[in-house]
Design a protein around this ligand. Structure first.
Ligand code: AMP
Ligand code: MG
Length: 409
């Protein structure tokens, strides 16, 4: 085991180390109705064109192209009920939006651009006539394949399915698709001082926030929380809880007790259980005492106890790993630039993840720190839309500079 003082890993390298260790879990079939938020595990191509036929974009009349004319209405093509005959010169076929353009027709004229001949009433529909203006071939026709060509690759493995992806899969006729599984996560929090909400606080006690934060973040990341436990600051208890968590989870997140104090038992417990250390100590504020290791394919994150540090390090390291376990192609959140609205002092040795509120102005995104940034100030996570990354160094980053931001939501 290395001592943290020897070297702190930079944030990007720590994230790379985590992603290198996280290999996608075997996919499983998922019904489309349950697929929202899941990661697609297959490439999806269309088995036919979309739209599948030339369709009308308007309610109106299917006609030949040409000069203004008076035409005889000879039938109707409704959505789901094509006309029973082809169109011939001198004729129009009434058509609705989404209906098949009848064979022989070249254009659709919207109903509001036509005039019906009132002289012949509906009682004699076979002789109903319509006056249409000049129109060109293709007017108001949605061509077959305009959206998707037959055999075209539409979605690639690794995308997270949002409402649009689910809708496209439905339109491609897929009631079921292969998805990455929801990784199983165990959340353990350590500390003799911790009390669950609902229990009165005794001397020196605080409420456990991390079990709630980390479980919520894990769920947000698409994982299933299979275990939550508060563990006393006791080596044997820590070994017992971690041993069980390692059996049932794809990733274990344990907070607190990871430092080198006499009551910090997480690292010795993990060593005893054969979890190999990948890194210990990240050049990050908050979040320096972050540990990451592996037993077989199970990932173990030893996160700091301070609630803000726990949440920030979960976001930066555990969340991308969970997304990779689920098969996500691009697990890191998109980064962007934003104008910093408040001067921030740099830390000489560590990058800072500053919790910020994002606003939009005429020159793009702006970020402003949510308030005091102590790692115990959990309310600084309220209204935090993004982490602004302030690189290590001397001096300060003045208000007005552009900074790298990583979205939290
Ligand atoms: P530790 O890393 O165990 O030394 O904890 C660092 C700080 O975080 C201490 O002030 C702890 O009381 C606090 N802390 C640890 N775990 C939790 C938790 N689950 N919820 C809230 N605060 C915590
Ligand atoms: Mg502790």
């Amino acid at each position: 085991m290395t001592s943290m003082a020897e070297r702190l890993l930079d944030v990007a390298m720590a994230r790379e180390s985590v992603l290198a260790a996280a290999r996608p879990l075997p996919p499983e079939p998922v019904e489309l109705t349950a697929a929202l938020g899941r990661v697609l595990a297959e490439d999806v191509a269309s088995d036919g064109a979309l739209p599948p036929f030339d369709a009308s974009a308007m309610d109106g009349f299917a006609v030949l192209a040409g000069e203004a004319a008076e035409l005889e209405v000879v039938g109707e093509s409704r959505a789901g009920h094509p006309a029973d005959r082809a169109l011939r010169p001198g004729e129009a076929i009434r058509i609705s939006t989404g209906a098949v353009v009848p064979e022989g027709a070249e254009a659709v004229v919207p109903v509001e651009r036509t005039e019906s001949d009132d002289g012949i009433g509906p009682a004699d529909r076979r002789r109903e006539r319509v006056h249409v203006p000049e129109r060109s071939p293709g007017d108001h026709i949605r061509r077959s394949g305009e959206d998707v060509g037959a055999g075209e690759l539409v979605l690639s493995a690794g995308v997270r399915l949002g409402p649009a992806e689910v809708a496209v899969l439905a339109s491609l006729g897929r009631p079921e698709i292969l998805c990455g599984p929801r990784p199983c996560v165990a959340v353990l929090v350590t500390g003799d001082e911790l009390v669950e909400p609902g229990t009165p606080l005794g001397q020196g006690q605080i409420r456990d926030a991390n079990a709630f934060a980390l479980a919520a973040q894990a769920e947000r990341a698409g994982a299933r929380v299979v275990r939550r436990a508060v563990v006393a600051d006791d080596l044997e208890a820590t070994v017992a809880e971690l041993a069980e968590a390692l059996e049932i989870a794809d990733a274990v997140c344990v907070s607190g007790g990871v430092s080198v104090g006499p009551h910090d038992h997480v690292k010795p417990a993990l060593a005893r259980l054969g979890v190999g250390e990948r890194f210990w100590g990240v050049a990050l504020r908050p979040g320096k005492p972050t540990w990451f290791g592996l037993r077989d394919r199970t990932l173990v994150f030893g996160l700091p106890g301070n609630p803000v540090s726990a949440m920030v390090t979960f976001h930066l390291f555990a969340r991308p790993a969970l997304e990779r376990l689920a098969g996500a192609a691009e697990p890191a959140r998109p980064r962007a630039f934003a104008v910093l609205d408040e001067t921030v002092a740099r830390h000489p040795l560590r990058d800072q993840a500053v919790r910020c509120t994002v606003t939009v102005a005429s020159d793009g995104w702006h970020v402003r720190p949510t308030g005091p940034q102590g790692s115990h100030v959990l309310t600084s996570m309220l209204r935090a839309d993004a982490l602004a990354v302030i690189p290590a160094g001397e001096g300060e980053v003045p208000a007005g500079d552009r900074v790298d931001v990583e979205l939290l939501r």
